[in-house]
Design a protein around this ligand. Structure first.
Ligand code: ADP
Ligand code: GLC
Length: 477
């Protein structure tokens, strides 16, 4: 049995803003099949504590960055959680990273440093009679862990997974003392980044192994365009960097058993769901493909490119049902576009059940991201016979087989990819989509190929286990 401590800022089904939560919720269950026992250290946000019915206090801190804290051991949804209950840091109105207006909490450096500090003390001393063999941190919120581990005598290895390099977790240099960081390490070859403390960089420098969530993104990260200032650090750590593509939770995303939809086994079974989806989105009948899109609405996700390219889809019988929330400017632009086109319907908000219905009822799923470390919605699409139309980048490049003439002739395609990532190429992809959709036989081939593709965690959880094994064996040899 290998014991692994996950340090992560969100975890499905308890608290989620994006795919990070899905990974933190699903990977521990998949690792259990390989004899790995994961305990997930998670902040005790108000919404998380509200879901806790029974818990055991397994540790206490009298002063954790300005207030007392407890660690609660909790079992929920097959997850073994260690919840950091620190009311002064996490018990507040608003969202998990910011207030109701969308501004980050000014004490985010302390909020997530606290998580790292507690993670480091668990690495050093164990907790509840349990000791991790490996600490596995996710994204910048876990980045300071190795800095705090240095202050202990632990030799437990630290694995760092980058889910999205765009978030650096910077804090002003004045917070060095408050955060209890070693000022002699505030240097450019360490966690200093353009005059600020970078939690992400601390993680990249301090990790024994670094990985990200697809092989293509691992390569992209080494370039200035994608590395967003961290490409140099990553090049210096290239020997320890790898890419492991995400999977999806097949017990949550299974069209044969999904409670949110009219279950189906073969693509023909999607028809009833398509009808229901048109009704939900108030879309009329149309000859072209019914596309769906479920996403955070941000610059990353290429929604502006989509707005420019949409007329080609909508004016040729295609339709789009879109669910998302995020940047108010994009929300307004989408709502306005929907007013002007009967084939476009937009719902602003976050709705898990509806996202399942969209996968079940859609013909195609759009993911026009400018960059995408892995992306999960194209994987749901594949599983539900909803053909992905994606930008050729990151995990979208690794999980979809483009309907090129050769791939169509050999009947191996699963979707449509476009490149370069701009509105013109996306418009061309819509033309190809409409053509392939019109060829009913070929369309079925794409759907069936996708539905057969392994998109679960089997292979990737083994790859994580291999990393843990390498590190623990190296330690003992
Ligand atoms: P990212 O983590 O960059 O947001 P991913 O594709 O990895 O992108 O994961 C996004 C996750 O969040 C998916 O599970 C997706 O279904 C979900 N999601 C995003 N927006 C919404 C929404 N408005 N309603 C329901 N689920 C959403
Ligand atoms: C990030 C990325 C997304 C990835 C997810 C889970 O939020 O933007 O591409 O799928 O993390 O790893």
């Amino acid at each position: 049995m290998t014991n692994v401590l996950f340090i992560v800022s969100e975890c499905a089904p308890l608290v989620k803003t994006g795919g990070l939560a899905d990974v933190a919720g699903a990977l521990p269950k998949a690792l259990a099949d390989h004899g790995v026992h994961v305990r997930v250290l998670l902040p005790g946000y108000r919404t998380v504590l509200a879901q806790v019915q029974t818990s055991k206090v397994v540790a206490e801190h009298s002063d954790l960055f300005g207030g007392p804290a407890k660690i609660l051991a909790v079992k929920i949804a097959d997850l073994d959680l260690l919840i950091l209950d620190a009311p002064h840091l996490y018990n507040r109105d608003g969202a998990i990273y910011g207030d109701a207006t969308g501004s980050d909490w000014s004490d985010n450096p302390e909020r997530f440093a606290a998580l790292c500090k507690v993670g480091a003390s668990i690495a050093a001393d164990g907790i509840d009679g349990w000791r991790p063999d490996v600490v596995h941190g996710h994204d910048w919120q876990a980045g300071l862990t190795p800095e705090y581990m240095r202050g202990t005598n632990t030799t437990v290895p630290f694995v760092f997974t980058i889910h999205n390099i765009a978030f650096h977790g910077n804090a002003p240099a004045e917070k060095l003392a408050t955060l209890g960081l070693d000022p002699s390490r505030f240097k450019s070859d360490n966690f200093e980044f353009w005059g600020q403390i970078s939690a992400l960089k601390a993680g990249l420098i301090g990790a024994d192994r670094i990985n990200t969530v697809s092989q293509t993104y691992a390569e992209e990260l080494l370039t200035p365009d994608f590395g967003i200032g961290m490409d140099g650090v990553l090049r210096s750590r290239q020997a320890d960097l790898s890419g492991i593509v995400n999977g999806i939770d097949l017990s949550e995303w299974n069209p044969e058993t999904d409670r949110n939809i009219k279950p189906f086994k073969a693509p023909t079974g999607k028809a009833a769901n398509k009808q229901a989806l048109r009704k939900t989105f108030k879309l009329g009948a149309s000859s072209g493909p019914l596309c769906v899109l479920v996403s955070r609405l941000t610059e990353q996700k290429g929604i502006d490119l989509l707005l420019d390219a949409l007329p080609v889809l909508l004016d040729n019988g295609g339709q789009l049902a879109l669910l998302g929330s995020g940047d108010p400017k994009l929300e307004v632009a989408l709502a306005k576009a929907a007013e002007n086109h009967k084939n476009l319907s937009v719902k602003i908000g976050y709705d898990e059940a509806l996202s399942h219905q969209m996968m079940a009822g859609g013909d195609a799923i759009l993911v026009p991201s400018r960059f995408e470390p892995c992306g999960l919605t194209q994987l749901y699409g594949l599983r539900y016979g909803t053909v992905p139309v994606v930008a050729l980048t990151g995990g979208l490049a690794d999980t979809v087989i483009n309907a090129s003439p050769a791939a169509l002739a050999r009947k191996v395609a699963t979707g449509i990819q476009f490149f370069p990532i701009n509105a013109q190429a996306l418009s061309n992809a819509f033309v190809r989509l409409i053509d392939v959709f019109a060829d009913k036989k070929m369309w079925r081939v794409l759907q069936r190929n996708g539905m057969k593709q392994p998109v679960g965690w089997k292979a990737s959880s083994q790859a994580y286990k291999d990393i843990y094994d390498t590190l623990t064996e190296a330690k003992h040899s």
